[in-house]
Ligand binder design. Structure first.
Ligand code: SF4
Ligand code: SF4
Length: 188
């Protein structure tokens, strides 16, 4: 005997009430009927949809500045901050004449997020000193193959024709924090 928690199992005779089964059935029915009068917690999705929280964290966007240049400077802070190790990138040096494409002298020639690893925690957004990456209210669609869940720049970088609004994430607290130059994060 490894513990003192062992019990001897004995076959107990059922009482008359237990053998009738009816009280147990009625008790079960009572519980079922009581649920008819309770507030429904389910909805008829997809006909009905719940309202998302303003700060819902869905599919990422890599932002461009107002002139259309990519904001990301491939510093790698988002990848370091990511607890799921979902972000990979390749840094490249901006060439002469590419100033309109990339805002900084260094940029990410490859930037990928593995959506199967991502837990949508938002730490990449918090870590970014260039306001280049944000999570949005867009849902990442489900797929039947794993490969298409690696999102590259073709999906992540916004286009100037269809810019992604990230203003709901720029709360007063976030904007205030970014004015504090004493934090190393805000000096970059
Ligand atoms: S949201 Fe979190 S898990 Fe997803 S890429 Fe960003 S840091 Fe990684
Ligand atoms: S932290 Fe921002 S600037 Fe740095 S690599 Fe990530 S997205 Fe680009």
């Amino acid at each position: 005997m490894l513990t003192n928690r062992s019990q001897t199992v004995a076959k107990k005779e059922m009482t008359l009430v237990e053998r009738l089964y009816l009280p147990a059935i009625l008790h079960g029915m009572k519980i079922t009927v009581s649920h008819f009068f309770k507030k429904k917690v389910t909805i008829n999705y997809p006909e009905e949809r719940r309202e998302f929280a303003k700060v819902y964290r869905g599919q990422h966007v890599l932002k461009r500045d107002d002139k259309g240049a990519e904001r990301c400077t491939a510093c790698g802070l988002c990848a370091v901050a990511c607890p799921a190790e979902a972000i990979t990138m390749v840094a490249s040096e901006r060439k002469k004449g590419e100033e309109n494409l990339y805002r900084e002298e260094k940029y990410a020639s490859v930037y990928e997020i593995n959506m199967l690893r991502c837990i949508f925690c938002g730490l990449c957004e918090d870590a970014c000193p260039k306001e280049a990456i944000f999570l949005t209210d867009r849902i990442v669609p489900s797929t039947f193959d794993r490969g298409s869940n690696i999102y590259g720049k073709d999906i992540l970088v916004e286009t100037m024709e269809k810019r992604i609004d990230i203003s709901p994430r720029q709360t007063k607290e976030v904007l205030d924090f970014k004015t504090h130059k004493e934090y190393a994060h805000n000096k970059l």
